[in-house]
Design a protein around this ligand. Structure first.
Ligand code: BTN
Length: 235
């Protein structure tokens, strides 16, 4: 089980958990963050009690058998949804064409350059009634279903779901998880817009490989994380 830390306010739960230098499974949850971080250096707006802002540290997050696919599937399964919730590869949570959450995995490297530890940051918009205009396509669970959620309850369910999985880092039924992820894959079977190395193109996502790479109809080689930008329809 995780050792929990519940904070009222912190700069970023990612940074706080690193200061703990955890050697056992640890979770840090904050009611608000003043300097929340998203992927690719983006700011993650984290107002008080408006969402699930949490970081977890677990030795098996750096295990070679750790499966981001299963991790994502477990995260999505704790959000009440009826079909329109999906995973925009590799680790964004989408409601139709709008972003409801995301995962940030950060590696901690020792001064000797050795890969030491990994931390997963989870941000899910729960209760926001509106967002700053500069965010491209945000949405909260409240905007979807009209129900306010308690972030602590959501955090506890998520920890319970992730605990077993991280304990073994191996899933009992890889095939089932992969199928679930494929079902949840945002844009699957639809013509989508991408850009790679500055070149824009269209392609149809077909699914992911067992290694979690993205398969596109027009590109033979599976795509690795960070290799392309997936452009979103904003209608
Ligand atoms: C993304 O989609 O870009 C990932 C967003 C991750 C946000 C979470 S909120 C809790 C944790 N602390 C942070 O500073 N970031 C992550």
């Amino acid at each position: 089980m995780f050792t929990p830390y519940f904070l009222e306010q912190v700069d970023s739960t990612q940074d706080f958990i690193k200061t703990l230098d955890p050697k056992t499974p640890t979770v840090v949850m904050a009611d608000s963050q003043t300097a929340g971080r998203g992927r690719q250096g983006r700011v993650w707006i984290s107002p008080m009690n408006q969402g699930l802002w949490m970081s977890i540290a677990h030795p098996n997050l750096k295990n070679k058998d750790f499966k981001l696919t299963e991790f994502m599937t477990r995260v999505i399964n704790v959000i009440p949804h009826q079909g329109q919730l999906g995973i925009k590869w590799p680790n964004d949570l989408y409601w139709n064409n709008q972003k409801i959450g995301g995962i940030l995995i950060e590696n901690i490297v020792t001064s000797g350059g050795e890969w030491n530890w990994a931390i997963a940051g989870i941000g899910i918009n729960l209760n926001q009634e509106k967002f700053p205009d500069n965010l491209p396509n945000p949405i909260s669970l409240f905007q979807v279903n009209g129900i306010k959620s308690d972030p602590v309850t959501a955090a506890k369910s998520l920890c319970a779901s992730l605990s077993d999985f991280l304990q073994t880092a191996l899933c009992n039924d890889q095939q089932k998880i992969l199928e679930q992820y494929q079902q949840l894959l945002y844009g699957r079977g639809e013509l989508c817009n991408f850009s790679r190395a500055g070149v824009s193109f269209q392609a149809i996502p077909l699914g992911i490989t067992e290694q979690g790479e993205l398969l596109l109809d027009r590109i033979e080689k599976p795509i690795q994380h960070g290799e392309l930008e997936w452009k979103i329809k904003t209608d």
